[in-house]
Design a protein around this ligand. Structure first.
Ligand SMILES: Cc1cc2nc3c(=O)[nH]c(=O)nc-3n(C[C@H](O)[C@H](O)[C@H](O)COP(=O)(O)O)c2cc1C
Length: 357
């Protein structure tokens, strides 16, 4: 840790590998981590990540170029690998030489292509044994997602998962799931991580596109106000406890909505029927879950998420959100948040130091 003209700087493997000031990453969040938020995080010294799962290749390229107009700092993209359009989107990110490619849910086929232009590949894992595998496949760093997280954490909490993975692999580790302040950053560093990734916390900043109704719900939520189930998009995941989330848990698998949703995805992604079937068969071969069904259920989840994010529909909408919403109490600017987290982490470490006899 160093002080640069009064500004506290943490130097970790994460800041060094990515050439950033602060060990804080904006978690890739479909629909939410758009150029305005990504560039705000980069300009405040963190690592901004553009989520591209919702984009077609043209939109992916436009968004990447837009970010480059808004910041000259390093940034990354995040793509869920099981899903239509993943191959095409990753190809665009590689053509555009995006410095960091972060993936989740699947196996990366593009590591050598990214390394060829000097880029870094960051795998997201939620199970310790997947960490060793991702490193064997060539990942330069990992995001480790705990059970507390918004969306797709697995059974183990960050508290348990981070030290286990830190003892297993020797690459920079970014802790995700439950982090929203500087005490969390200090704790993550103590557990063996090199920085944190925040999702829920960055949903509630001025530059975030999340509808004010849902920002308010996140601020009002306690740590008890999320639910974890596979009904939301077909994979175990965590959302805010809204009326619709609870109703979905009671209803179980929504077959009619799933078919409608899958067709909507096909239309939105501009897939021909043959390609749609091709993608679906490929997804059947993917590693995690039951991907064809997941595709249909993702579509249902997507529609309900858009109701939350764009329309602020607190009755019919659902929103991935983490347990740390219980600690989110305001809607600061991105820079205010990042500076505060760094200050708090410094205070937390000073406090720990003071315990020495
Ligand atoms: C609305 C929303 C959308 C998300 N979309 C993605 C995504 O597209 N890809 C991904 O890897 N993770 C996604 N996530 C998970 C986050 O990247 C991250 O792992 C999680 O928010 C970390 O937990 P936290 O909310 O406690 O900070 C999403 C999370 C939220 C809240």
């Amino acid at each position: 840790m160093a002080k640069d003209e009064g500004i506290i700087m943490f130097k970790t493997r994460m800041t060094q590998m990515f050439g950033i000031e602060h060990p804080i990453m904006l978690a890739g969040m479909n629909w939410i981590t758009e150029p305005a938020l990504v560039s705000a995080v980069c300009n405040a010294g963190g690592l901004g990540i553009l989520a591209i799962a919702r984009c077609n290749p043209k939109e992916t390229r436009e968004n990447i170029r837009q970010i480059r107009k808004m910041t000259d700092k390093p940034f990354g993209v995040n793509q869920i690998l099981v899903g239509p359009g993943a191959k095409e989107n990753i190809a665009v990110a590689i053509e555009e030489k995006v410095p960091i490619i972060n993936y989740s849910l699947g196996k990366p086929w593009f590591v050598n292509d990214v390394h060829a232009y000097g880029g870094k590949v960051v795998g997201t894992i939620a199970i310790a044994r997947h960490a060793a595998k991702a490193v064997r496949l060539g990942c330069d760093a990992l995001v480790i997602t705990g059970h507390e997280a918004a969306a797709h954490g697995a059974a183990a909490t960050s508290m348990v998962l981070i030290p286990i993975v830190a003892s297993m692999v020797d690459v920079p580790l970014i802790a995700a799931g439950g982090f929203y302040d500087g005490r969390g950053l200090a704790a993550a560093l103590a557990l063996g991580a090199d920085g944190i990734s925040m999702g829920s916390r960055f949903m509630v900043v001025k530059e975030s596109m999340v509808h004010e109704n849902f920002k308010k719900l996140c601020i009002e939520a306690t740590e008890q106000d999320t639910v974890y189930d596979n009904v939301f998009d077909g994979m175990d995941g965590r959302v805010l406890k809204t009326k619709e989330a609870e109703a979905m848990m009671k209803r179980g698998f929504p077959l009619v909505e799933a078919v409608e949703g899958a067709l909507l995805v096909k239309r939105l992604m501009n897939l021909s029927f043959a390609k749609f079937v091709g993608v679906s068969i490929e997804m059947l071969k993917a590693e995690e879950g039951h991907p064809l069904m997941v595709l249909a259920r993702q579509a249902v989840g997507n529609m309900k998420h858009l109701k939350a994010l764009n329309e602020g529909d607190v009755e019919g909408g659902i929103l991935f959100a983490g347990q740390c919403c219980g600690g989110i109490q305001d809607n600061p600017t991105t820079k205010e948040l990042i500076d505060r987290v760094i200050r708090e982490a410094e205070d937390a470490l000073a406090k720990l130091n003071s315990y020495r006899a």
